[in-house]
Design a protein around this ligand. Structure first.
Ligand code: SAH
Length: 452
């Protein structure tokens, strides 16, 4: 009988849905983070249930051939990278299998038409947005870094291997600036102090960089010296303040004040230009996003004559990308600010054959279709992790477009929804996974369903 605090030796046989290793001790299943298939490890049981439990890695006795030396010495504590200890090619295989297994087990699909996963060429320094919390340690020293997994204790670091490289000189400068001018970091428990977070956004194509200081106040001291120092770092085009005086763990407040340059940066996905402010949603890995959308466009097989719906459209990135090959694209999104951004983005790119609606996809789409008789040749959906609303799937089935292109960030809900479409007249034609988040367990998928 396996009990809490037992120390056991196990061999890892599989990888779970969150990237954790799975091993068996005399038939009893243990989930163990920071391990990989092929590892022989000494672990300590932290939690033991009836049929399975969770254990902590104490020592790698024999390393798996898929184990690599961790570049980042904070990776095991930080919540950002769950599988950095796994060789990148193996990470991709794991993600592709995760999609295939979901489609088989949850979706009930056989002979799955999977194309090979599209990995990143450079799986490091890819994120275009990083938010560093600022605080003080017990000795009163300024610390800047990341939250440890599931907590708000800050891990002090200058170096993140998945954030943009320019983050490092910016954080080094900010650290010395805070110390030199005695800027008080924000204390969450006491709701006191000034500087809460340092937000950095980078335009990968344009090279433009934003530094936004999130403050519990309305002004920041020594702005002249701040600007002088930051401007020595090449690329910075925007320095601003975000006001957040609320006692909340939401990072950003609503108001943005310009300190120097613009209050936004620009970047591209393919040939479409975007204006990105501190508050805008924008895909964190635009290079892989471009490739993901290229697959969606390819699957949609547009000839220039189609009416396309982009449901759950966010800031309209897919809509604008498809517009050049479609007669008309309609986007639907529930967050009004995202639709404001979508319309601005359409304008700055001179794209006129798109129209955006605010509201729930499952409400707006059937209404517009019925009342205004707007047709749908192709429907693209890109829902949040919980997948599509049942009512929306029923509407799609009754309207019966030729093609449904499903972009998904969760293979389990993707499989559930595709199963439903499959049971109601659609066939799975193609599916392809794309890695947008190297070293995390997340995977994006595009699937093409055709009306039979
Ligand atoms: N393709 C988009 C991202 C989609 S993420 C982009 O690149 O910007 C999923 C989006 O669905 C989010 O923007 C979320 O606000 C929106 N959403 C969630 N529930 C919704 C609903 N019921 N109807 C419409 N949009 C919804």
């Amino acid at each position: 009988m396996v009990k809490k605090n037992d120390q056991l030796v196990v061999t890892i046989e599989d990888i779970g849905s969150e990237g954790e290793g799975i091993g068996k001790y005399e038939g009893y299943t243990l989930f163990i983070k920071n391990t990989v298939v092929g590892d022989k490890v000494l672990v300590k049981v932290m939690k033991a249930g009836k049929s399975y439990g969770y254990a902590k890695l104490l020592e790698v006795i024999e390393a798996s051939p898929y184990r690599v030396i961790l570049r980042c010495d904070k990776a095991e504590k930080c919540g950002g990278c769950q599988i950095m200890h796994i060789d990148y090619a193996k990470q991709l295989e794991y993600k592709e299998n995760k999609v295939r297994n979901c489609l088989a087990r949850i979706g009930g699909f056989e002979n799955i038409p999977m194309e090979p996963i599209l990995g990143m060429e450079k799986p490091y320094y890819y994120r275009n947005k990083s938010q560093f919390p600022v605080g003080k340690n017990k000795e009163g020293k300024v610390i800047i870094g990341f939250y440890a997994e599931r907590t708000h204790s800050i891990i002090d670091t200058d170096h993140c291997y998945i954030g943009a490289e320019i983050n490092m000189p910016i954080i080094r400068f900010m650290r010395s600036f805070i110390e030199k001018y005695n800027i008080e970091p924000y204390n969450e428990t006491k709701h006191m102090g000034l500087l809460r977070h340092i937000l950095i956004r980078v335009g990968y194509t344009t090279g433009e960089v934003m530094v936004c200081l999130v403050i519990n106040g309305r002004d920041f001291p020594h702005k002249k010296e701040l600007v002088e120092g930051l401007r020595k770092i090449p690329g910075i085009t925007s320095i601003c303040l975000n006001i957040n005086t609320a006692k909340t763990n939401v990072i950003l407040g609503e108001e943005v004040i310009k300190v120097w340059g613009e209050t936004y940066i620009t970047d591209y996905i393919g040939s479409i230009k975007y204006r990105i402010s501190p508050l805008s949603f924008f895909q964190v890995n635009p290079l892989q996003t471009h490739r993901l959308y290229q697959i969606a466009l390819d699957y949609a097989g547009l000839t220039g004559d189609e009416v396309v719906w982009d449901l759950y459209c966010g800031i309209g990135t897919i809509s604008l990308f498809l517009a050049k090959k479609a007669r008309k694209v309609y986007g639907v999104e529930i967050i009004p600010q995202a639709i404001d951004d979508a319309r601005t983005n359409a304008n700055i790119n001179g794209i006129e054959n798109v129209e955006f609606f605010v509201g729930a996809a499952e409400e707006v789409f059937p209404r517009k279709h019925n009342e205004e008789n707007i047709k749908a040749d192709v429907i693209v959906v890109d829902p949040p992790r919980k997948g599509c609303d049942q009512k929306l799937l029923d509407t799609i089935i009754s309207i019966a477009p030729k093609k449904v292109v499903y972009v998904s960030c969760d293979p389990a809900t993707l499989a559930r929804d595709l199963k439903y479409l499959n049971a109601n007249g659609y066939e799975l034609k193609k599916v392809r996974a794309v890695d947008q988040f190297a070293h995390s367990s997340h995977v994006e998928t595009v699937a093409l369903m055709i009306k039979v």
